[in-house]
Write a protein that binds this ligand. Structure first.
Ligand SMILES: [Zn+2]
Ligand SMILES: [Zn+2]
Length: 429
């Protein structure tokens, strides 16, 4: 378990006097004030280098802070340590016989998960363990607003519904390839492990048939990987489908842009007897034949992305059909070869009522990838990605395509615009 100091909680009887002391005598300003109604506390956060001081003020006589002040007077209340995997940390401590106040984590401020250790276990100090929200720096608020959805709109004769399978985080440098950090961090600021928050946004197209494009990473990831990827699936595809008025039974066709785990982990699930089975019981699954070949013949550079548990059960169940570049997947819905990210990576085009929408998958993982050379370090053939984007962007701007950004943390879809040689994305969903 790796821990780092997140903040120090200090019980104060007179918040105005305390904040004035820190400001006037020590030059430390309050960054924000947050009421925590459940605890009858008002917290004043003061950044101090990499950590925060949290001044805690009681807002009612029955507040735990009021009781603390009665008994012990103002002073050190707790020390908060950030961990990457709070469930794992609690299990480890419990196994070692450490006395815990919370055996399971509870939601804290700003999307964090928190749990307290008993002071008797930690030299008389109340210790808070905290797993910050994905994209949050230790002791800071999340750097990017996270948009969850679902978001839906009528599009010609069909309806487009952008769903969510939660959020994860990847190394910001790897996400932007050769682009220097000084440029990309202005668009997507990294957390203290250099990761940027990313969404997983499957898309439903509801026409004569109900088509699902990609399905996020699903629930088969082990705890260690989930910690590495900062996985936050507190709200995932099952919730999103329900919020959109859909169930797994409603999906007729499932399409894979490519076979990486963050796109198709949700294609299969573990049945009660432990077997891996297709998650959408009535659906036909469609994937590209060349991508299938590459996924089943991985090499050192792509092996970590192709997990057989996500696609082999589909072939074994006889529900997977392999198709080629340009294949019609459902009426008006086509594969379009992009290559670049993988040799056979596909974007999915949706044409209806004279309009075009494009599910760009890993060609434009986020709206920040708008400039042609902003290409992921993960791409196997980055020059091919560049060539695709150059041609595609011109076409998308002229045709006012609605482009879906599968990994964008804050938006689901937008229209590419160009004015006086400057490109931008107009957010639509
Ligand atoms: Zn990928
Ligand atoms: Zn991806």
């Amino acid at each position: 378990m790796k821990v780092r100091l997140d903040h120090i909680g200090i019980a104060v009887a007179d918040a105005a006097a305390a904040t004035a002391f820190y400001r006037e005598r020590l030059g430390l300003e309050v960054a924000h004030v947050e009421p925590v109604a459940s605890q009858q506390v008002r917290a004043h956060f003061i950044p101090a280098g990499e950590c925060l001081l949290e001044l805690l003020e009681a807002t009612a006589p029955s507040s735990p802070i009021a009781k603390f002040l009665d008994k012990r007077g103002p002073g050190l209340h707790h020390v908060a340590l950030a961990v990457d995997d709070i469930h794992g940390a609690l299990a480890e401590l419990k196994a070692a016989g450490v006395r815990l106040i919370d055996e399971t984590p509870r939601p804290g401020a700003e999307g964090a998960l928190v749990a307290f250790l008993h002071p008797s276990a930690a030299q008389g100090i109340l210790v808070e363990l905290k797993q910050p929200a994905v994209g949050a720096r230790a002791g800071h608020t999340p750097t990017v607003p996270l948009f969850r959805g679902p978001a839906r709109m009528a599009f010609g004769d069909v309806e487009l519904i952008s769903l969510s399978d939660g959020f994860f985080a990847l190394d910001g440098g790897a996400m932007f390839g050769v682009v220097p950090r000084t440029l990309w961090e202005k668009k997507l600021p990294p957390d203290d492990r250099h990761r940027i928050p990313l969404g997983m946004r499957p898309l439903v197209v509801r026409g004569e048939q109900t088509v699902l494009i990609d399905a996020g990473c699903g629930d088969k990831m082990d705890a260690k990987s989930a910690a590495i990827y900062g996985l936050d699936r507190t709200y995932h595809l099952t919730h999103a489908l329900a919020d959109a008025g859909l169930t797994v039974e409603d999906i007729d066709i499932v399409v894979a842009s490519h076979l990486h785990f963050d796109h198709i982990g949700g294609f299969t699930e573990r049945a009660a007897d432990g077997r891996l089975v297709p998650r959408f019981p009535k659906a036909r699954y469609l994937a590209h034949a060349g991508e299938w070949h590459d996924a089943t013949h991985p090499h050192e550079r792509n092996r970590a992305s192709y997990l057989p548990e996500n696609f082999m059960p589909l072939m074994e169940a006889g529900v997977l059909t392999l198709v080629d570049d340009g294949a019609e997947l459902a009426p008006g819905i086509h594969f379009r070869h992009s290559g670049g990210h993988t040799a056979h990576h596909q974007v999915v085009t949706i044409a209806s009522g004279g309009r075009t929408a494009v599910f760009a998958a890993d060609m434009y993982p986020t709206a920040a990838h708008l400039p042609d050379p902003w290409v992921m370090g993960y791409d196997l053939y980055p020059v091919d990605t560049l060539a695709f984007k150059r041609a595609f962007a011109r076409e998308a701007i002229a045709g006012e395509y609605l482009v879906f950004f599968e990994h964008d943390p804050s938006m689901a879809a937008g229209i590419l615009r160009e004015q006086d040689g400057r490109r931008s994305v107009e957010r639509i969903l």
